[in-house]
Design a protein around this ligand. Structure first.
Ligand SMILES: Nc1ncnc2c1ncn2[C@@H]1O[C@H](COP(=O)(O)OP(=O)(O)OP(=O)(O)O)[C@@H](O)[C@H]1O
Length: 216
């Protein structure tokens, strides 16, 4: 899905070579400031590298129209983005950006249940708690069902049990739809148990620690 070579972003990232296979779940861990968010932002061209190449499905990223790319490679950042309107509007906005048909009220209600957000569709999202805002943003990107989902600590405001529950369901759903997921999580336990690949970032360089064994 992505091939990365000789990539550098200032002194933040240094990735000699990395391949992300299609239809795989990749979990990403690493200390604060190790470059995890910057790495995700590169993959949908929110930022560009200083040197090196990233290919998406065999095409260099800079040759792909950014809007087209961001309809296929969707990022949910740590700070949940909210738009004016109610919860339903905030769920639909991703579908509209992707030029996909609106979801029905039933589908929206089902998505709220899926992300464990027990709030009415007509509620003002700005009145939600931090964790609820996160789950709303998660519901929005899940509805979009993109080729590639980039989730940057989507459940950091949840207690461990709810976090594990929600993430397991997200992973199951991505597998069912045969999509590709890159998931940043602070939980090494979840990262080790959930994906096909576990990348541990240190000082801007990912190390493949899948299965607890280093495959440098
Ligand atoms: N726009 C920017 N301009 C300058 N430096 C930046 C910018 N964005 C990030 N950085 C720096 O790059 C480094 C990596 O940041 P990044 O957000 O990728 O780390 P992270 O591993 O996601 O951290 P966290 O777990 O705290 O979210 C940090 O030192 C940060 O200060």
């Amino acid at each position: 899905m992505f091939q990365i070579n000789q990539l550098r972003v200032g002194s933040i990232l240094d990735i000699p070579a990395l391949t992300i296979e299609p239809q795989t779940i990749t979990c990403i861990t690493g200390e604060s400031g190790s470059g995890k968010s910057t790495f995700l932002r590169l993959l949908n061209r929110m930022i560009s590298p200083d040197t090196g190449t990233i290919n998406y499905q065999g095409t260099p990223l800079e040759e792909i129209d950014p809007v087209t790319l961001r309809r296929q490679v969707v990022m949910m950042s740590q700070e949940p983005l909210l738009f004016p309107g109610n919860i339903a509007d905030n769920l639909q906005v991703g579908l509209r950006f992707s030029e996909k048909p609106d979801a029905s009220v039933m589908e929206l209600a089902e998505m709220l249940r899926f992300v464990k957000l027990q709030q009415p569709l007509d509620k003002d999202p700005f009145k939600l708690s931090g964790g609820e805002k996160q789950r709303l943003a998660l519901g929005r990107v899940l509805l979009m069902n993109p080729n590639v989902l980039l989730l940057d600590e989507p459940s950091s405001s949840l207690d461990d049990e709810t976090e594990s529950f929600v993430l397991q369901r997200v992973v199951e759903r991505v597998r069912q739809h045969q999509k590709t997921l890159l998931l940043v999580t602070h939980s090494k336990t979840l990262a080790a148990s959930m994906g096909e690949k576990h990348l541990a970032f240190a000082h801007g360089t990912p190390k493949d620690v899948t299965g607890g064994i280093s495959h440098e």
